[in-house]
Design a protein. Structure first.
Length: 401
C-alpha cells in the first residue's frame, strides 16, 4: 500500500474512533494506539509500511516532539513554589509504587533489579493531563484535591526527566562517549540557562518576527539538539533540554501561541503515527496467554498508589479525598510510553514486558477517568454534570500538559 494513503487512513480512523473514545473520557489520540494494536493482530499486509525507514522516522519525530513539549511546559519557577505537602507526597507516593512494581517485574519477567526499577519508576509516573479537563469540568481545579493532583504532576515531571537520564545511561553504559555527551548536555544546560536569564534581564526587548518565524526558529533548535544528541543515543534527553531552554528564551507573551502551534503540529501528524507504531509492536500472543499478568500489574499499581496516598494525605484531604488522590494519580500518559519504547527498541526489555506494561496503561486510561469522575460526584466533591461526553473534547487541548 502507498505510504501516503496509509497515513491518511490512519489519521481519519484516529479522528473517528477518537470521538467515540472521548465519550468515555479517554483522550482521542489513544485511538491511534488501539489502531496500532489492531494492526499487530490483523495487519500483516501493513508490515512493510510500518517497518519502512520513512514511517519509523515519522514515529521517531513524534516521540521526540512529545518529550520536547514536556520540557517546554516544565515550569521550574512554579515547581519551586509548590508546598511541602505536594513535594513530600510526590516523593512518597511515586517511589512506593515503584518499589512494589520493581519486585513484581523482577520476579515475573526475570529482568535485572536495575532494569526492573527503571521500568517500575517510569510506569509509576502520573498522566495528570488526562484529568485536567475533568477537574475543570467539575470546578475543582483550585480545591486542595485539584491542586494536589496538579502539583504532584508537576514534581512528577522532574522524575520523568531523571528516568530518561537513567535510560540514556543504560543504553550507553558500554559506550563512554554516550556518558560524555550526557554530561556535556547537562553542563551546557546550566551555562545556557544562566546566560539566557542574564540576557532576558539585560535585553529588554528581544523581538521575533511573526509566529511563523518564531516557529521555524524553535523547530531549528529542536532538531539541532536532537541531532547532536542522537550521535550518542541521547536524543530523548536532548529534546527535553531544548524545550526547557526555549521556555527561558522565548518571550512569555509569545509562549501560549507557540505551544498551541507546536501541539497542533505534534498531535496533528506525528504523535498518531508514533502511537500507532507502539501499538503495532504489542505481542498479543503473550497477552492472550497471560491476561492475568496485565490485571496483576494494574491491581498492584493502583492499590499501592491508593494506600500511599491515604497514608500521606488523609489528614490534609480526609479519607475519601486521599483515596481520590490515589485514583487520580494512577492514570498514565505519553511519557511513560516513550520510556517503555526506548527500553524496548534498544533491547533492554523483552516484548512480553513491553506488551504487558502498554496493555496495563491502556486499561488505566479507560478505567481511571470514568471512576474518578463518578466518585467525585458520589462522595460529594462535585455536582453531577449533564452529558458525560459533552465536554470530553476539552481533553484534546490539554493533551501535552
Amino acid at each position: 500500500m502507498n505510504l501516503f494513503l496509509f497515513v491518511a487512513g490512519t489519521l481519519l480512523l484516529t479522528l473517528l474512533f477518537g470521538k467515540a473514545l472521548e465519550r468515555f473520557r479517554v483522550p482521542w489520540i489513544f485511538a491511534a494506539l488501539l489502531i496500532g494494536a489492531g494492526i499487530a493482530v490483523f495487519g500483516h499486509p501493513f508490515d512493510g509500511i510500518i517497518s519502512s525507514e520513512t514511517f519509523r522516522s515519522f514515529a521517531e519525530i513524534g516521540m521526540y516532539l512529545l518529550l520536547f513539549l514536556v520540557g517546554l511546559e516544565l515550569d521550574l519557577d512554579k515547581l519551586r513554589q509548590r508546598g511541602k505537602f505536594i513535594v513530600t507526597s510526590a516523593l512518597i507516593i511515586i517511589p512506593a509504587e515503584a518499589v512494589f512494581g520493581t519486585l513484581l517485574i523482577h520476579f515475573i519477567f526475570g529482568t535485572s533489579w536495575l532494569i526492573a526499577a527503571v521500568v517500575a519508576l517510569s510506569f509509576a509516573t502520573v498522566g495528570e493531563a488526562i484529568l485536567i479537563p475533568i477537574l475543570q469540568e467539575f470546578g475543582i481545579v483550585n480545591t486542595t484535591l485539584g491542586q494536589s493532583i496538579l502539583g504532584i504532576g508537576t514534581v512528577d515531571d522532574v522524575i520523568e526527566l531523571l528516568m530518561l537520564l537513567a535510560v540514556i545511561f543504560l543504553i550507553g553504559r558500554h559506550d563512554p562517549w554516550a556518558f560524555g555527551t550526557v554530561f556535556v548536555f547537562l553542563a551546557f544546560l546550566v551555562v545556557l540557562t544562566a546566560g539566557l536569564r542574564w540576557l532576558k534581564s539585560t535585553v529588554k526587548k528581544f523581538r521575533f518576527g511573526g509566529t511563523e518565524t518564531l516557529l521555524v526558529f524553535v523547530l531549528a533548535i529542536f532538531f539541532l539538539f536532537v541531532g547532536i544528541g542522537s550521535y550518542a543515543s541521547a536524543g530523548p534527553i536532548a529534546a527535553i533540554l531544548a524545550g526547557i531552554i526555549l521556555r527561558l528564551f522565548v518571550p512569555a507573551e509569545r509562549m501560549a501561541l507557540l505551544e498551541s502551534e507546536i501541539k497542533g503540529l505534534t498531535y496533528g501528524l506525528f504523535v498518531p503515527i508514533f502511537f500507532l507504531s507502539v501499538g503495532a509492536e504489542l505481542d498479543f500472543g503473550y497477552l492472550i496467554v497471560h491476561p492475568f499478568v496485565v490485571l496483576l500489574i494494574v491491581a498492584v499499581s493502583n492499590c499501592v498508589k491508593i494506600l500511599a496516598s491515604y497514608a500521606v494525605g488523609r489528614k490534609q484531604l480526609g479519607t475519601k479525598g486521599s483515596i481520590l488522590l490515589g485514583i487520580g494519580l494512577s492514570v498514565r500518559f505519553s511519557t511513560s510510553i516513550v520510556i517503555m519504547t526506548l527500553l524496548f527498541s534498544n533491547g533492554l526489555i523483552g516484548p512480553e514486558l513491553f506488551s504487558a506494561v502498554i496493555a496495563s496503561s491502556i486499561v488505566f486510561k479507560f478505567v481511571i477517568p470514568v471512576l474518578f469522575s463518578r466518585l467525585l460526584v458520589r462522595w460529594g466533591f462535585a455536582q453531577a454534570k449533564p452529558g458525560v461526553g459533552s465536554k470530553a473534547s476539552g481533553i484534546s487541548s490539554e493533551l501535552a500538559g
